[in-house]
Design a protein around this ligand. Structure first.
Ligand SMILES: [Fe+2]
Ligand SMILES: [Fe+2]
Length: 289
């Protein structure tokens, strides 16, 4: 078995560069929300320019996941209730996932599981952010990191379906993690692919870093957002992989030490996340519509 086939790697990297750009309205909203003088009215005006996107945002905001069922009738209300950052996160995630089109029923099904895994991870990240008293801005970035962290995996699965199936089978046969199998067969991990996508889309730097390093944060550089994501991902991991078949590793000791939760608190985090995932079931249907 060749280690990290350079041809596979470069063809993956090339096809990242062929992705559609994010809609210009998304880029404008991203820019606006980063500015200290960001203004809700401006965001609303920008978002209204893309009605398809605007109506998706409204549908998702009204889902059980956000606990606002049916109460939000306008974009301006959505921005007031959720805040600019949350609306930005939604817009960004909806658009990033729209760049990857499912072509077969199986891909459609995988897409759904990805969404649930992503919403679950985002919710768990948010719970941790609250408990660890992140600043609002860090908590928002962590949340959107949760939504987008596995975008590279979805990309590989959708655009290199057969190759990625081989990766999954290889991991299962050898009882190694999917990440090790990716490195062995593709020469690149899904985290790195995701980071290249995020860079290509000019997403904020902290997001690029979170996506790139979510599977293996390092100890020497304590990074609360990344650690929170790593734990949240582990909590929702069985939503994508069959844990009976595929090896998953729990977060490193230094990450769990940072979290500093009792086993009961970890259980509670799992329960709360499971509840959110239940509610997220609805979101997918709304997005696919
Ligand atoms: Fe991942
Ligand atoms: Fe994940």
């Amino acid at each position: 078995m060749s280690v990290g086939n350079p041809f596979v790697k470069s063809s993956i990297e090339r096809s990242v560069q062929d992705l559609p750009a994010l809609p210009s309205v998304v880029m404008r909203i991203l820019k606006e929300t980063e500015s200290p003088t960001a203004c809700a009215v401006t965001i609303e005006r920008m978002l209204s320019a893309d009605q398809a996107l605007a109506s998706k945002v409204l549908r998702v905001v009204n889902s059980a996941y956000y606990g606002l069922s049916g109460q939000v009738v306008s974009l301006s209300q959505a921005i007031v209730i959720l805040g600019m950052q949350q609306v930005r996160n939604l817009v960004l995630s909806v658009s990033a996932y729209s760049a990857i089109k499912p072509r077969t029923p199986r891909q459609q099904e995988t897409m759904k599981i990805f969404w649930l895994h992503s919403f679950g991870t985002a919710a768990a990240t948010q719970f941790i952010a609250q408990r660890k008293r992140f600043s609002n801005q860090d908590a928002e970035t962590a949340f959107v990191g949760g939504l987008l962290h596995d975008i590279g995996r979805l990309f590989l699965f959708s655009n290199f379906t057969q190759t990625y199936d081989q990766v999954l089978r290889f991991a299962e046969q050898k009882q190694i993690t999917v990440e090790s199998a990716e490195l062995r067969l593709l020469g690149i991990s899904h985290g790195e692919v995701g980071a290249q996508m995020a860079e290509y889309w000019k997403l904020p730097k902290p997001l690029v870093r979170m996506i790139g390093d979510h599977e293996d944060p390092t100890e020497d550089n304590i990074d609360p957002m990344l650690y929170a994501l790593n734990i949240a991902d582990w909590i929702t991991k069985d939503l994508y992989f069959d844990p009976e078949k595929i090896e998953t590793t729990s977060p490193s000791d230094f990450v769990m030490n940072w979290l500093n939760f009792t086993p009961e608190e970890v259980d509670l985090l799992k329960e709360d996340t499971a509840e959110k995932i239940e509610e997220a079931q609805q979101v997918f249907g709304l997005l696919a519509a």
